[in-house]
Design a protein around this ligand. Structure first.
Ligand SMILES: *[C@@H]1O[C@H](CO)[C@@H](O)[C@H](O)[C@H]1NC(C)=O
Ligand SMILES: *[C@@H]1O[C@H](CO)[C@@H](O)[C@H](O)[C@H]1NC(C)=O
Ligand SMILES: *[C@@H]1O[C@H](CO)[C@@H](O)[C@H](O)[C@H]1NC(C)=O
Ligand SMILES: *[C@@H]1O[C@H](CO)[C@@H](O)[C@H](O)[C@H]1NC(C)=O
Ligand SMILES: *[C@@H]1O[C@H](CO)[C@@H](O)[C@H](O)[C@H]1NC(C)=O
Ligand SMILES: *[C@@H]1O[C@H](CO)[C@@H](O)[C@H](O)[C@H]1NC(C)=O
Length: 305
């Protein structure tokens, strides 16, 4: 069994263009792959707040950060590298640990890295990445993202108050792939967010963990428990920790913060006045963006540290 897994891992390493990291260790709990937001220091960024809470509820979990620049500078190149590394990690893990469960989390640029990895690249101006294979996706129990600049409004897996698309386009083909996984995805975006909602409020983009952190944690944990409960005869092992909401005052997710009531309207992409990809990409250049992103993020981080 072990040697079989190992040979799969070697196979994966051999067939991958990029040198694969050392063969993954199969986690008893969840294997969580995290893509941080733009200009967060290397590691998991603020999303680590959530993965540590999840790991506390799913013993034996492993958290791995996507290794990519996460810069504004050459956003497209940075994002593309993120997709490459995320897919490399997931392919390697899926091959080596075909019976184990995976969760994907991403914030901001890292949310786009996640959605492009899962659904295929949004198209020009981004690298035309291919979606992860369905066999790898079979083990992905949850995709939890927030502040995705390629957010598509009014899909069933959308959460938060936004009813507008993000600043980057996503192709219909890519949206179709996303939809095929809709029961496993949650994508948070609130009205006003300068990236995922094409809005003008510079604060909103930094409030997701505070507003929805508990919901995201509970979603990932329950998806894991559902998957393990139904796919293994080992149900007694999953000590279902009741979702003890952390001592922190419960976030303002009540009322307006609920999920979008997705009416029948599909993702009608009125291409008309929407920002062209190029100018949208320019909106994320350091000049315009890093001030907003960087300063806001520092504020958030300093609050947290
Ligand atoms: C989403 O739905 C709302 C309410 O139906 C609508 O006003 C809005 O235009 C839709 N957004 C997009 C991008 O289609
Ligand atoms: C967005 O994508 C749609 C569907 O692929 C396309 O028709 C439209 O022209 C694109 N819009 C922009 C601004 O690139
Ligand atoms: C931005 O959003 C935050 C959070 O909802 C709100 O408190 C603030 O007043 C908004 N700022 C502006 C300029 O609308
Ligand atoms: C995680 O986020 C919550 C809500 O914003 C905050 O109260 C808590 O201090 C954060 N924990 C860490 C470890 O950053
Ligand atoms: C079954 O439960 C045991 C004890 O919690 C655990 O060590 C083991 O990994 C579980 N096996 C599976 C297949 O979930
Ligand atoms: C969505 O809107 C419909 C029609 O207004 C309503 O019947 C339904 O309860 C709403 N669902 C949610 C989840 O708010």
């Amino acid at each position: 069994m072990r040697s079989l897994a190992l040979s799969f891992a070697l196979l994966a390493a051999g067939s991958s263009a990029v040198t694969a990291a050392s063969a993954p260790t199969c986690a008893k709990g969840l294997y969580m792959v995290v893509a941080r937001g733009t200009e967060e220091p290397a590691g998991t960024g603020v999303t680590g707040n959530l993965t540590s809470q999840i790991a506390a509820k799913v013993p034996g979990s492993q958290v791995v950060a996507v290794d990519y620049p996460a810069t504004f500078d050459d956003y497209e190149g940075s994002e593309g590298k993120g997709v490459q590394d995320m897919q490399k990690l997931l392919n390697a893990y899926g091959q080596a640990c075909p019976d184990n469960k995976i969760a994907i989390l991403g914030y901001s640029q890292g949310a786009q890295v996640s959605s492009d990895s899962v659904c295929g690249g949004g198209g020009s101006p981004f690298i035309d990445d291919k979606a992860l294979s369905t066999s790898i996706m079979d083990n992905v129990v949850a995709v939890a993202i927030f502040g995705d600049p390629s957010h598509v409004a009014n899909l069933t897996y959308d959460r938060g108050t936004s009813v507008r698309d993000g600043i980057f386009n996503r192709t219909e083909a890519s949206i179709d792939v996303c939809k095929s996984y809709s029961s496993r995805i949650i994508s948070y975006c609130d009205t006003g967010d300068i990236y995922c909602d094409s809005g003008s409020n510079t604060t909103v983009h930094h409030l997701y963990i505070e507003r929805y952190g508990d919901d995201i944690v509970n979603f990932v944990v329950s998806q894991y428990e559902k998957a393990v409960g139904s796919s293994s005869s080992n149900s007694s092992s999953t000590t279902t920790a009741p979702p003890t909401s952390s001592a922190t005052a419960s976030p303002t997710s009540g009322g307006s913060g609920g999920r979008t009531n997705s009416t029948t309207s599909g993702p009608t992409k009125s291409a008309s006045a929407s920002t062209s990809p190029k100018s949208a990409a320019n909106a994320l250049t350091p000049a315009a963006g890093s001030l907003i992103f960087g300063v806001g993020l520092l504020a958030v981080l300093s609050q947290m540290l």
